[in-house]
Design a protein around this ligand. Structure first.
Ligand SMILES: [Zn+2]
Length: 217
């Protein structure tokens, strides 16, 4: 199955991706990971990406598209399917992506939209804590570290991301919705959109999505 994952920060994409990876055996292709990998390997495109990142700017669409094209044409794991995360975020990106995927004959089957409301996203993200060392994720209410400030997995320091505060979350959500609404409409017009209520807990979201894939509405 070939999927695009859409949803604002805090909608639960990471958790869903881990589930789908196990359930459907398809790789999670995160554009954030691709960018980091290219920078780490110091490829020509990676060096270009680094310039933008270090100056605090956004990596231009054409660079990200090029990286996705490289990844999708060279990584054989993607032949059996994929879930693309972090891209497209705008309608122009969605159209460019379609052009590449058409060429590679790896067209998107479904766009899965995790529809989460602002209060739920705020609750999830303001409570989120992350291990500096191993990136394990905790939640102060639902899943706190056993010892305050210390990671259960590795003993590393558990911290709160500075942008996980209410004001910044509101802004991130606004920006996300404004850009992504046209992307959602774009996939809906192609009859590829599968929308799930992401205010529900992760297990219910997973069950509902599998029902949809298995021939529900
Ligand atoms: Zn840790």
């Amino acid at each position: 199955m070939r999927l695009v994952l859409l949803g604002p920060p805090g909608a639960g994409k990471g958790t869903l991706a881990a589930f789908l990876n196990k359930e459907l055996n398809i790789p999670h292709v995160s554009t954030g990971d691709i960018l980091r990998e290219e920078m780490k390997n110091n490829t020509p495109l990676g060096q270009e990406v680094k310039k933008y990142v270090e100056s605090g700017g956004l990596v231009p669409d054409e660079v990200v598209i090029k990286l996705i094209e490289n990844k999708f044409s060279s990584d054989s794991a993607i032949d059996k399917g994929y879930m693309l995360d972090g891209f497209p975020r705008t309608e122009v990106q969605a159209k460019n992506l379609d052009a590449i995927l058409n060429n590679l004959n790896k067209q998107v089957d479904y766009a899965v939209y995790l529809n989460a409301s602002l209060p739920v996203v705020i609750e999830r993200l303001t409570g989120r804590r992350i291990c500096r060392n191993c990136s394990a994720i905790f939640h102060m209410k639902n899943n706190p570290p056993k010892e305050e400030g210390i990671c259960n997995e590795c003993g590393g320091e558990v911290y709160q991301r500075p942008d996980d505060n209410e004001e910044t979350i509101k802004t991130r959500m606004d920006v996300y919705l404004e850009n992504t609404k046209p992307v959602i409409d774009y996939y809906e017009a192609q009859e590829k959109l599968k929308k799930v209520d992401a205010d529900k807990d992760s297990q219910e979201v997973q069950e509902n999505l599998m029902k949809i894939f298995n021939g529900g509405r």
